[in-house]
Write a protein that binds this ligand. Structure first.
Ligand SMILES: Nc1ncnc2c1ncn2[C@@H]1O[C@H](COP(=O)(O)OP(=O)(O)OP(=O)(O)O)[C@@H](O)[C@H]1O
Length: 257
């Protein structure tokens, strides 16, 4: 029989630490009269094996949240936990290692290395860690993302959308526990966007990976398990089991408040 706690939740669910957590996170850029409070004592949990979309108006702190969760930037105060590791207690070297081993990124600026081919860019996280790529997985990813025939090309010879898909393959190649994506479909036509989102969805459903994705697109958010809406550096609404329509409804409602 399954053990349940007083809260009604199964004990197993409680024991499994969230993949990532931010607790009372505040991020202030600059100081004095020019200081900007990008995150304002925000708290949120990202369950292992779940896909969360982050939405909110421009300047609401979405990218800052992603960067702080991913250990690319440090909070001014508060805590970020990746599994059981408290990022505020780790030095930069330890954070770099943790990122390389457990985290994949897809960002707006693709950060592809211009002198490397698409294939070399995709496998870079493995090369850096001294590991060999799993050829079958590389082929599967390239096919699913529609870049198989572009792998020998350098980034400058690829369209923006193709570069975005190469960056996505790079984020997925190590099968990281956690994937952070900042507007991954921003430069894609709707068919390519659907392919990329399906691939991200598979990462969650088939491999149990945890995804946190910033997006402005209600259709993209519809692929997630829940949406967190930010405003002024805080979570103002959580929407479980979103659809493009229910996301639009919440955006309209928040916009008219
Ligand atoms: N490096 C920085 N220095 C100073 N202010 C910054 C910096 N980065 C972000 N900000 C400010 O912090 C606030 C939150 O920015 P952030 O990029 O997190 O918002 P966002 O919700 O991702 O916006 P968008 O949807 O436009 O990408 C904004 O007011 C922004 O101008």
């Amino acid at each position: 029989m399954q053990t349940t706690l007083a809260s009604g939740q199964p004990a197993e669910a409680i024991r499994t630490a969230p993949a990532a957590r931010i607790i009372d996170g505040t991020k202030i850029y600059g100081s004095g009269s020019t200081a900007v409070r990008a995150l304002d004592a925000i708290s949120a949990e990202f369950a292992a094996g779940a896909f969360t979309a982050i939405m909110g108006p421009s300047g609401s702190g979405k990218s800052t949240l992603l960067h702080c969760l991913a250990g690319l930037d440090r909070l001014t105060s508060g805590q970020v936990m990746i599994g059981d590791d408290d990022l505020s207690r780790l030095d930069d070297k330890a954070i770099t290692l943790l990122r390389r081993e457990r985290i994949g990124f897809v960002f707006q600026a693709f950060n592809l290395v211009p002198t490397l081919t698409a294939r070399e860019n995709v496998i870079l996280p493995l090369t850096l860690g001294g590991k060999k790529p799993d050829r079958a997985w590389l082929s599967e990813l390239a096919a699913a993302l529609g870049i198989t025939d572009r792998l020998a090309h350098r980034p400058a010879e690829l369209s923006g959308g193709q570069q975005q898909r190469v960056a996505t393959a790079r984020a997925l190649i190590t099968r990281p526990d956690l994937i952070f994506a900042d507007e991954p479909t921003g430069n894609l036509d709707s068919k390519s966007a659907a392919e990329l989102l399906s691939q991200i969805r598979r990462a969650v459903d088939e491999y149990g990976q945890t995804v946190v994705m910033v997006t402005h697109d209600p259709r993209a958010a519809g692929y997630a398990d829940r949406v967190l809406f930010l405003a002024d550096g805080r979570v103002v609404r959580e929407l479980p089991a979103p659809t493009a329509d229910s996301v639009l409804d919440v955006i309209r409602e928040l916009g008219t408040r």
